[in-house]
Every structure is written in C-alpha cells, then in structure tokens.
Design a protein around this ligand. Structure first.
Ligand SMILES: *Cc1c(COP(=O)(O)O)cnc(C)c1O
Length: 450
C-alpha cells in the first residue's frame, strides 16, 4: 500500500528521480511509464493500477512457491517474535544451525561444511577465496595454484572476483583492468558450436578441450568454476550430457578443485533438487543463493568438503571473510520452511516440465525462433533473423526487450538475455497459469517481423 500522505504520481516521480535500477538503461527508464509493484499473490504480481501480471521469470529466477506463501510467511513471523538478527562471527544461532544441517543432508554426498553469505555473487566469491587459501595452507602447500578456469560467456555475479571468472562481453569487459586473469574454455554451446561440430557426431569434443586445458594448466589452477546443467545468464545454454562428469573426473585426476555455481540451477529449476544430481557429481564447492529462501530474502550458502575445511584447522588459519548479515535468522528461518515445501514441488515438477515442453514445440515452429533450450522449468528461446543461417537480429533493434515489453502489455512479466527470451516460472505455477504464460509467449514471438 502507498502511504496515505503520498500520491501515486509522487511515488512514480521519486522512483525515477532517486532509484538507480540494476541492469537497467536509466536514460530510457526515466522517460518510460514505470512499472511499480504494489503486491503479489501466488504466481502473480500486481501494479499500482491493480493490473495483474504472471511472474514469468520468478522475480529474476529466485521465486519457487509463488508470493505470500502461507508456510513461508508463518516461518518469518514466528522467527520475528524471537529475534531478527545477531552476528554469526564467533557465535551461532538456531535457524542457521538447523539450515546448515538440512543443507548437508540434501546436498550431494561429501559436502559437510556450510559457509553463509548474502547473494549469489558472494557465494561464488567465498568459494574462489576458500579455494585460493586452501592451496596455501594444504600440506604440502601449493602456493603456485592461484588461477581459475571458467567457461566462455560465463556469469557468476557482479562483485569483482565473480566478474573476473565471468565472460559476458556486455557486462564484464569494461572492467577488465580491475580483474585477475582467468583461463576460459569454450562454452559447450551446441546451437552455435565454437568447434563447428554437430552434437550427433561430435563425441563431446568440447569436453576433450576442457580436459586438455585442465591437464595443461593443472600446476597453476586453483579451481574450475562452472554452472552445472545450464549456463543461465549466458543465454540459457545447456551443458551436453556427460560434460559435467568429464570435468569432475579431470579435475579430480589433476588435483584441481571444482566449484559448482548452482545459484540459478539449484532448488528444483532443472527438475532435480540440485543440477549436479543429474550426473551424480559432488563438487568441492556448491554455491547456492537465489532459490534458497524460495525468493523471499537475500541469503546464500557455499558448501564444501571436510578435505577443504581440514586445511583451515591450524591456530594461525582463519578464513578472513564474512558479511554483517551472514547467517541472518530471518533468511535462515524462511529457507528452512522453503526446504520443507521442496519434496512436494519436486514431485509435481515432471508434469509441468512436460507441458512446458509441449508448448515449446509449438513455439519452435514460429519463423524467427532459431533454437529452444529447456532444462526443467528453465527455458531460453533464441530469436534469429534467419533460421537457416542462424543470423541474429541487429543488436540495436533490442528485439528481445521489445518482445518482453509486448508480453507485459498482455499481463506477463519476462526479461530477455539479448535476443533470448527467458521463461522461468515459479515451480508452484498451476497448469492454467502456465498455459496462459506460454500462450502469451507464443503470441508475442509470432508477431516478430524481419
Ligand atoms: C544470479 C547469479 C549469480 C549472482 O547472484 P546474485 O544473488 O545476483 O549476486 C551468480 N551465479 C549465477 C549462475 C547466477 O545466475
């Protein structure tokens, strides 16, 4: 509700005058009619005019059960009656202890230590720094292992360490002078294969390349970092089956740590609780955020193994990293309630994934759809000017953004990645709302003209 002494026009003006929006071209934002969310329910968000929108990208990939979920609201209220926050530096609290225990129980086997932070980027920073420090403290020390290997087009967050291992030209290259050097392996992008091969006959040559890079640089590599199952912000690029397992085998064989960034793909998005499960892989670090609280509060966790933790057990060894709100009780309480709901969600997922797949087959026949990429309820629809040559549209047309604006007119909120239209509804979406969402996506893409 807008406070009674503030007019609606005033609120909109203040938003444009004072709020600097993330990943938003502010020049155009300031001249467009702003969309200001007033409240939400289920898979819908409602604006100041009372117009309802389907939350088609889960409020940027984090919402799982919809908005104003009774169980999550209750968990927060109960915790509020006890305490909102106390520090985790040198002392514990009840929800963070219970949450750490639960995460260890459900994570891939072998991950037994949980370091809390606030966002996906910090979950990755923590893993990068822990890996670095591990090699200095391990017996015998390997202080020359200071480098990282990540995938081309990777996105791991916006703090500088996370940007360094990232490789999205539009987001990252400007900051190059501030970043440490990183090795990049070709993105395993089957639609636009960097090796010019075809999936049917390639024999996973990109994985061979990756393995060769690991072998060649093992002496200086602290860790490989990647997103299992799907490179999300890169444009929803699915990793071919078997790729992750090959990377795990090679990193183990050559004494390199593996950081799995499941910030986007974790918590059921790909159909399993964690994407690593598809290939029965246990990484050395598992980075979690976005879905951890079901989309309610900022909270992140970096899980790691006893082996890593043991290297920090000498009196002179402390991991000098932490954030003021690390292990915040409200975040941990709602995360626990989120985990309680997950088994039911995971059970309902296969029919939703199948229905999404059926809608996508219809969308695939539209003239400007070049490729459709789906993992569970994560979908990328790549629009191209010419299907035969895969020729993209001119970037200055900002076609993806245009398509998403048209969807907003029809009551659907989605956000593109360039000309890749992303659809990632809350896992709790009901069939009728999913049908409506996919119908709107079909219509707005059908209207695209050369
Ligand atoms: C969103 C994202 C991040 C960054 O998370 P924030 O909470 O925005 O800092 C990191 N890695 C991946 C794979 C992401 O999708």
């Amino acid at each position: 509700m807008i406070p009674e002494d503030v007019r609606r026009e005033q609120l909109e003006a203040w938003d444009q005058q004072h709020v600097w929006h993330p990943f938003t071209p502010m020049q155009s934002y300031m001249v467009e009619q702003p969309l200001i969310i007033s409240h939400g329910h289920g898979c819908y968000l409602v604006d100041l005019d009372g117009r309802e929108y389907i939350d088609g990208v889960s409020s940027l990939w984090c919402n799982l059960h919809g908005h104003r979920v009774a169980e999550l609201d209750a968990a927060l209220r109960t915790q509020l009656d006890r305490v909102a926050h106390s520090t985790l530096l040198g002392q514990g609290n009840i929800p963070s202890t219970l949450l750490a225990r639960r995460l260890v129980e459900i994570a891939p086997p072998g991950l037994s230590r949980v370091f809390f932070s606030d966002d996906g980027a910090t979950a990755v920073e923590v893993a990068l720094k822990m890996a670095f420090q591990y090699w200095r403290q391990v017996d015998p020390p390997r202080p020359q292992k200071t480098r990282y290997l990540s995938l081309q087009a990777a996105y791991h967050g916006d703090t500088l360490g996370a940007v360094a291992v990232g490789d999205l030209a539009r987001f990252h290259h400007l900051f190059a002078p501030l970043l440490f050097p990183v090795h990049h392996a070709a993105s395993p992008h089957c639609y636009r294969c960097p090796l010019g091969l075809r999936r049917e006959s390639c024999g996973l040559a990109c994985a061979d390349e990756m393995v060769a890079l690991i072998a060649r640089h093992a002496g200086e590599l602290a860790a490989v970092v990647l997103e299992p199952s799907m490179q999300a912000a890169a444009g929803m690029i699915p990793l071919p089956e078997g790729y992750l397992r090959r990377v795990r085998e090679a990193t183990r064989q050559h004494g390199v740590l593996l950081i799995a960034d499941e910030v986007a793909v974790g918590f059921g998005r790909t159909g399993r609780m964690f994407a690593c499960e598809h290939e029965e892989v246990t990484p050395d670090f598992l980075c979690l955020a976005k879905g951890l609280t079901g989309g309610y509060l900022p909270l992140a966790a970096t899980l790691t193994t006893e082996q890593i933790f043991q290297a920090f057990l000498r009196p002179e060894h402390t991991f000098f990293h932490g954030h003021t709100y690390t292990g915040n009780q409200l975040g941990c309480a709602v995360a626990l309630a989120n985990l309680e709901l997950m088994p039911m969600r995971l059970k309902q997922l296969p029919v939703l994934i199948q229905r999404t797949h059926e809608h996508l087959q219809r969308i695939a026949s539209l003239p400007h759809v070049g490729d459709i990429r789906q993992r569970g309820l994560m979908v990328g629809i790549e629009l191209v000017a010419d299907r035969a040559t895969k020729q993209p549209f001119a970037p200055e047309r900002r076609l993806g953004a245009m398509v998403c604006r048209a969807a907003r007119q029809r009551g659907v909120l989605i956000r593109p990645l360039g000309d890749v239209v992303v659809v990632m509804p809350p896992l709790a979406i009901d069939m009728a709302t999913l049908d409506r969402l996919m119908q709107v996506v079909y219509e707005v893409i059908a209207e695209v003209k050369a």
